[in-house]
Every structure is written in structure tokens, then in C-alpha cells.
Design a protein around this ligand. Structure first.
Ligand code: ATP
Length: 239
């Protein structure tokens, strides 16, 4: 039998004033999975992630993480519980150093030795960040800032890593590198929910996928099946 979901979202509804952005979304992410949420611009993917992390209050629905209902839990409670997002546009602190940015990810942790060990691991993974650790984050390229944002999220010890459009606006070589990094983070045991407009790359990496259309779920299933589906190919893969 399948393990209990790590994340269990049931009939989520989110609105901006009178605008319904998410209209009853249900999805699950099981421990160890890499799940992608794809869909066109404005489909409601970012809004969904913001509701998961507590940045937006849902109108209705239930979000359970590790079996616990997240209603009433603030954004920081969720980070502490292991639900960590790398936001769209990276959200790095451009006037702070790379080192300081990474340490911000560990802000809620009390295990100083563990933080130093994780910092060393992030630097080993991203040597470029180590070389430039005292420089301001604003001096990094877009791809390097994405690495920094991912490194910062790893410093929070995520159990579920939410990635919002990590490849957006990056040069092709950096897109390759970012997807390698995501695959590696997943391979080392972190569960991932990946939001992407680059559907073919996301599906190539994922175990399962969900397609979002105008605030609602369309198709869902094993990523390989979605990748091969003519409807998905026509709508999202430029076939
Ligand atoms: P993108 O990839 O462009 O971020 P998305 O799938 O993540 O697209 P959302 O950003 O979640 O989509 O947007 C969903 C809908 O909600 C869109 O119709 C958008 O115009 C609307 N929306 C998003 N943010 C706001 C806001 N702050 N106020 C009002 N409407 C918003």
C-alpha cells in the first residue's frame, strides 16, 4: 500500500478579493516523490504555493502536512515543520552577502553545529557560492541567485521543498544546471513539489504531475504518461 501523503491538499480555494484564482484543487505528495504542477501563465500555480506556505489565506479547503492540518499555522510554523519554498523570482536579499543570505535560511534553527555542517554541504554543492561568499547577492547572475535561493532553502532542512518556476528567465545552460540540482536534491532524499512552465523538463524529472488550468486541475498522472499524452503535448509541449 502507498505511504501516507506528506502533503495532502483537499478542495483548496483561494481568491484575491472577488477573483477566484484557485477553484477547488486537490493534490497529494507522498514521501520521497518529486511531483510537478504545470500549467499556463496565470493558471493559479503560484497562488497555490502561497496558500501552502501560509502567505495567502485560503477561502476553503484543507491542507495537511505530515498528517497535521495547517489551518491556523503561520508561515514560520510551516517552515519549522519542514515546508520550505523557493519563491518565484528567487527572493534573494541583494544587499546582503551570499553567506548572510544562506544563514537566513537557518534563522529558525537552534542547532548551530548542524547549521555549519549544512552550510559546508551547500558550499560543496555550489562552489561558485563559496568562492563569492562575502560578496553581495545582488552581484550574482540570475542562475547563481537561483542556486543561492535553493541553498538558502536547504539551510532550513526542508522535508518538502516547494520550487516556484526555478528555471524562469535563465540561460539554457543554467536551466540544465538547475534541473540537475533539483534531481540531485531529490535523489538525496528531499521530497519536491515543482511548479514549472517548462513542462517538458519538469515532467522529464518528476514521478507524477498535475496540470492546472484556470484555477482548476486538469489531467494528472505518472509524469511519463503525461509527457506522452497528445493533449499535454499540444497544450504545453509545443507539439
Ligand atoms: P505565473 O506563472 O504567471 O505566476 P500562475 O499559474 O502561478 O502563473 P498565479 O500567479 O497563481 O498563476 O495567478 C492566478 C490568477 O490570479 C491569475 O488570474 C492572476 O491574474 C491572479 N492574481 C495573481 N496574483 C494576484 C493578486 N495579487 N491580485 C489579484 N489577482 C492576482
Amino acid at each position: 500500500s502507498l505511504p501516507e501523503p506528506l502533503l495532502d491538499v483537499e478542495d483548496l480555494r483561494v481568491a484575491y478579493g472577488g477573483i477566484q484564482a484557485v477553484k477547488g484543487l486537490s493534490l497529494q505528495v507522498r514521501p520521497g516523490e518529486l511531483v510537478c504542477l504545470i500549467g499556463a501563465n496565470g493558471a493559479g500555480k503560484t497562488t497555490t504555493l502561497k496558500a501552502l506556505t501560509g502567505l495567502l489565506a485560503p477561502q476553503a479547503g484543507r491542507i495537511r502536512f505530515k498528517g497535521r492540518d495547517l489551518a491556523g499555522q503561520g508561515a514560520w510554523d510551516r517552515v519549522r515543520a519542514g515546508l520550505v519554498m523557493v519563491p518565484e523570482g528567487r527572493g534573494t536579499f541583494t544587499r546582503m552577502s551570499i553567506d548572510e543570505n544562506l544563514r537566513m535560511g537557518a534563522y529558525l534553527r537552534r542547532d548551530a553545529a548542524g547549521v555549519e555542517a549544512d552550510l559546508a554541504e551547500v558550499f560543496a554543492r555550489f562552489p561558485r557560492l563559496q568562492e563569492r561568499r562575502q560578496q553581495l547577492a545582488g552581484t550574482l547572475s540570475g542562475g547563481e541567485q537561483q542556486m543561492l535561493a535553493m541553498g538558502r532553502a536547504l539551510l532550513a532542512r526542508p522535508e518538502l521543498l516547494l520550487l516556484d518556476e526555478p528555471s524562469m528567465g535563465l540561460a539554457p545552460i543554467m536551466v540544465d544546471r538547475i534541473f540537475e540540482v533539483i534531481a540531485d536534491i531529490h535523489a538525496r532524499g528531499t521530497t519536491v513539489l515543482l511548479v514549472e512552465q517548462n513542462a517538458s523538463r519538469a515532467l522529464a524529472l518528476a514521478d507524477r504531475g498535475y496540470v492546472m488550468e484556470s484555477g482548476e486541475l486538469g489531467m494528472q498522472g505518472p509524469a511519463a504518461e503525461l509527457l506522452a499524452d497528445p493533449r499535454v503535448q499540444a497544450a504545453y509541449l509545443g507539439a
